[in-house]
Ligand binder design. Structure first.
Ligand code: ATP
Ligand code: MG
Length: 506
């Protein structure tokens, strides 16, 4: 039945119109048509393309409850009436547009009742959905055997948001995107990739055949060159009193100026030493309070003489740098790392000193939270800045979140492509509906029913919203997200082997 006739357009009270119609499905196409599938109808201006919103069955014999109950009681319904001859199945479809062979136009004239309805040829579908031969293959179009190949520019020129509840397949999808980015040929245009890896999931990609394209930076080895920061960037700055801010800034700037003149470096320890040298009795209380903050910052083991790694070494076309934050417990330290990297990456690309890159941020709501003030979460300002201005310079964001409600609306609204996997929380669904253009009732309904690894892609990257089955990873690796059963087994195995060791020793 492939590409054959599926059914016939019927006349209903309010359709066919220019947005929807219904058709009765041929018996031999019954098992073939699925909700969400694309269909076509010949049209004056080309081919009318539509997608199946719902399918329902009807039978005149079973319309009146009281007569059905009466006949069934007597057991004569199917034995005395040709009930099967009156059973029919209707598909309700939403018109997407009319494809003239090159472009998709808005439908300005409805199809006629009686028109034949056909399955869409896969090739035509790929063409009209704008898939690129050298695009990123994220999976198959749901209900069709068509590879979804998203054009690199359309996807990353204006930022991407990947939103879904926990366990719906966000990180898996990101690893598929990363595989695609890392395997691109130079002639197709390659991006540098920096991943903020909160759970150490992407660091595990280092164990695959892509290893030589991946560098993992563990957070405890990362250092921020103190002279490259400013007083306001230190995590405690905004909680200081006026006099403390003035004293800190004066000391910091003095050291920074001297370091610049003498081409030297300074660290938090130097600031502490300089403050300790203040002898003015009136300033001692301010100084001591300030010293507490500085000691804490020093204990973070994050501020050093120079940046390590350097910003320019982080971004290389076709290569990925993973910032592994897995073992960092201190939220402020995580945010400081993201703040600093985001700021330096943006400022450096603005000066034309970096190739185009994508900054992938897992758990983005923890770095750009809607609910926290900018001064209490410095990373938020930096992420929002890249969201607003990044595309002019080739800096792209890929924000991943399981709590879209908590993600900065400024950042989210700048993400022109949204990839949404299963979401069931009503607040998150409402938020997604408000912030994503082009999402209708049918789609928001479908989002709650998606299976793991199924996604809705909307926005700039696609001509029209599509549902996708995310492909399997080419390079399998054990990510940090092991399931509970495996964790429990591992724990008991380790315990038993320790017990055996002790027994052997005794
Ligand atoms: N497309 C897919 N094909 C096969 N397995 C998948 C697919 N997508 C997800 N999975 C599996 O489903 C599980 C959950 O996926 P994943 O870790 O990506 O979820 P998540 O949305 O990132 O969750 P969290 O918010 O908790 O990080 C994993 O075991 C993963 O291997
Ligand atoms: Mg995840």
């Amino acid at each position: 039945m492939a590409n054959g006739k599926l059914g016939t357009v019927i006349s209903m009270i309010d359709s066919p119109n220019t947005t929807k119609f219904a058709f009765v499905i041929n018996d031999d196409a019954l098992g073939e048509l699925k909700k969400g599938q694309f269909i076509e109808v010949p049209h004056e201006n080309g081919k009318l393309i539509a997608s199946v919103n719902d399918i329902f069955r009807s039978n005149k014999y079973f319309e009146r409850a009281e007569s059905v109950a009466e006949y069934e009681r007597a057991g004569i319904m199917s034995s005395h009436f040709p009930v099967n001859d009156w059973s029919f199945t209707i598909a309700e479809v939403r018109i997407i547009g009319v494809f003239d062979g090159k472009l998709l136009h808005r439908c300005s004239f409805p199809p006629s009742p009686g028109s034949d309805v056909f399955a869409v040829e896969d090739e035509l579908l790929a063409k009209y959905l704008g898939f690129k031969d050298n695009g990123l293959t994220v999976g198959k179009l749901l209900n069709h055997n068509v590879d979804v190949r998203l054009g690199l520019s359309r996807l990353f020129q204006k930022h991407v948001a990947i939103l879904a509840m926990s366990g719906a397949g966000k990180s898996y999808l990101v690893s598929v995107l990363l595989e695609e980015l890392l395997e691109r040929k130079p002639e197709d245009g390659r991006l540098g990739i920096v991943v903020i890896d909160v759970h150490g999931e992407y660091a595990a990609m280092k164990g695959t055949a892509l290893s030589d394209r991946i560098t993992v930076y563990d957070a405890d080895k990362i250092r921020i060159g103190t002279k490259n920061t400013s007083p306001e960037m230190l995590p405690f700055y905004h909680s200081l009193s006026g006099p403390q801010k003035r004293m800190f800034s004066a000391t910091f700037n003095e050291l920074k100026k001297a370091a610049k003149l003498e081409r030297k470096f300074f660290t938090i320890k130097d600031i502490i030493l300089n403050l300790n040298a203040i002898e003015d009795k009136k300033s001692v209380a301010t100084r001591d309070a300030l010293l507490d903050h500085l000691e804490q910052a020093h204990r973070m083991r994050l501020f050093g003489k120079v940046d390590d790694p350097s910003i320019t070494s982080l971004v290389r076309p076709g290569y990925m740098s993973v910032i592994n934050l897995k073992n960092v417990d201190n939220e402020k330290k995580k945010q400081m790392i993201v703040t600093y990297l985001a700021r330096r990456l943006f400022n450096t690309i603005k000066k034309g000193k970096l190739p185009p890159f994508v900054l992938v941020i897992e758990e983005a709501h923890n770095f750009a939270s809607e609910k926290v003030k900018r001064e209490d979460m410095l990373s938020k300002s930096e992420i929002e800045r890249i969201a607003r201005e990044g595309r002019k310079f080739g800096a792209s964001l890929c924000l991943i979140s399981q709590r879209p409600v908590h993600l900065s609306t400024t950042a989210l609204s700048q993400c022109n492509t949204q990839i949404i996997l299963r979401v069931t929380n009503p607040y998150d669904i409402d938020h997604i509906k408000e912030s994503c253009e082009g999402i209708d009732y049918y789609m928001s309904n479908q989002i709650t029913m998606l299976k793991t690894g199924e996604a809705l892609i909307l926005g700039e990257a696609v001509v029209q919203p599509i549902f996708v089955r995310v492909r399997e990873r080419k390079y399998d690796f054990v990510s940090a997200g092991v399931d509970l059963e495996a964790m429990a087994r591992q724990y008991e195995q380790e315990l038993n082997s320790k017990k055996e060791d002790v027994e052997a020793f005794l």
